[in-house]
Design a protein around this ligand. Structure first.
Ligand code: HSE
Length: 433
């Protein structure tokens, strides 16, 4: 039998604790499948004395992840600390430069520094694996790098943040406000250490950056992602969108057209009968469009202990089996720069919700303002019933025909100052099936 594969695990939070537990539980079967013993030799975290439900004294303890990463007695450094910089980055660089394989769930690190870390890994002939960084337990990186390798991929999109999907779909089912549901998601271990990364769309943008780079063979470039979070979506919008036949989901959308690439993360109206509308709770889903295979859709849990540990361990097994290609599929030196499309050049249909002053003629005035801004309206609905009678606001929704983004932004500016509009209007892009 080949030498045992020795693992050092830095970070013992929800994910790290899950990796230790699942690896312990599945060890005999996994060792048989990769023909190699899998041995956790070292662990470390900020607090040694926290009760994690397993005995840490059987492993060497490290307070300092960089020291663990430089330790000659480990083969694979499993980085589950998180954060794009600081200790996680230093430790990963140390591990790669001292010839260790790295497995990480750190999407921020890979989205911001993926190209330089991939170069470091390739130079040192070691693996840099990050399946758990994208969509939790869904093997979407493996799908792109292996199962779909014959295809040119022109579109990758999907629900990439479990916390947001949990919040939106619990709001959908219960009418509760998002802050309230977010607190549940935090308790369940779905949310990031800083949950504004979830609700602000940043976490989904990290994941989209990584997927797009592998799918299109381009340099990972987080700064090119257009990002909007879900903070402005209210239970009322979810209900009004439903009246028009839509659900609201926070989507990541990456498209390539020749050398032009668009990357955007924002709340999106999707048709009620679409596959994405059926994705609820902490589940994520990723859709690929390959030129030979056509559309491929995969769905699974995007956050939490078991799903993320599942992905981390799959990467460890790839290392144990010697299945370690270039981190982004193409060698780092072959990744191209792309021309990124600005959100200002987007065009499509929109959901526009305003609170009109509840008086005769206000709707006509608002519609006139939209006509002046050259917004072509497909459908209008006004709906008083969720708003108390004594409240002087009347929710009105416009669904537009395909319109360009700059026109819509001009219309939003006009409406924000309109005498018949109270509160900030809300604009949500519609993605047709
Ligand atoms: N906070 C993330 C989510 C965890 O909710 O999807 C997995 O990356």
């Amino acid at each position: 039998m080949t030498e045992p594969l020795k693992l050092g695990i830095a970070g013992l939070g929800t994910v790290g604790g899950g990796v230790v537990k699942v690896l312990t539980e599945e060890r005999a079967r996994l060792e048989a499948m990769c023909g190699r013993e899998l041995e956790i030799v070292a662990v470390g975290a900020r607090n040694r004395h926290h009760d994690r439900g397993f005995d840490i004294d059987q492993y060497r303890w490290y307070d300092d992840p960089v020291a663990m990463a430089g330790e000659p007695g480990i083969d694979v450094f499993v980085e589950l600390i998180g954060g794009s910089d600081g200790a996680a980055k230093l430790a990963v660089e140390k591990a790669l430069s001292t010839g260790k394989h790295v497995v990480t769930a750190n999407k921020a690190l890979i989205a911001h520094h993926g190209a330089s870390l991939a170069t470091l890994a390739e130079t040192n002939g070691v693996a840099l694996q990050f399946e758990a960084a994208v969509a939790g337990g869904i093997p979407c990186i493996k799908a792109l790098k292996e199962g779909l390798i014959a295809n040119r991929i022109n579109r990758v999109s999907g629900i990439l943040n479990g916390t947001c999907n949990y919040i939106l779909t619990v709001m959908e089912g219960s009418g509760r406000e998002y802050e309230d549901v977010l607190a549940d998601a935090q308790k369940l271990g779905y949310a990031e250490a800083d949950p504004t990364f979830d609700v602000g769309g940043i976490d989904a943008a990290h994941k989209l950056t990584i997927l797009a780079s592998i799918a299109f063979g381009t340099m990972p470039d987080y700064d090119q992602v257009y990002i909007e979070g879900l903070e402005k979506i209210t239970p009322l919008d979810i209900r009004l969108a439903d009246d028009f036949g839509y659900k609201i989901r926070l989507l990541g959308i990456a498209r390539r057209n020749g050398n032009e690439v668009e990357l955007r993360v924002h709340p999106t109206l999707v048709g009620k009968s679409s596959a994405l509308a059926a994705v609820t709770g902490v589940f994520n889903a990723v859709e690929f469009e390959g030129n030979h295979v056509g559309p491929v859709f995969i769905e699974g849990r995007g956050a939490g202990e078991g799903p993320t540990a599942s992905a981390v361990i799959a990467d460890v097994i790839d290392v144990a089996r010697g299945n370690i290609g270039a981190p982004f599929g193409l060698p780092a030196s072959h990744l191209d720069g792309a021309d990124f499309k600005s959100i200002e050049d987007h065009s499509g249909a929109y959901y526009l919700r305003v609170h009109a002053v509840d008086r005769a003629g206000s709707m006509a005035e608002i519609t006139k303002a939209l006509a002046e801004a050259e917004v072509s309206i497909e459908r209008i609905v006004q709906r008083k019933d969720p708003i108390p009678e004594e409240d002087n606001r009347l929710p009105v929704v416009f669904i537009t025909h395909d319109t360009d983004e700059q026109t819509m932004q001009r219309a939003m500016a006009l409406l924000a100052q309109h005498k018949d509009v109270v509160d900030e209007p809300l604009l949500v892009r519609i993605e047709q099936d």
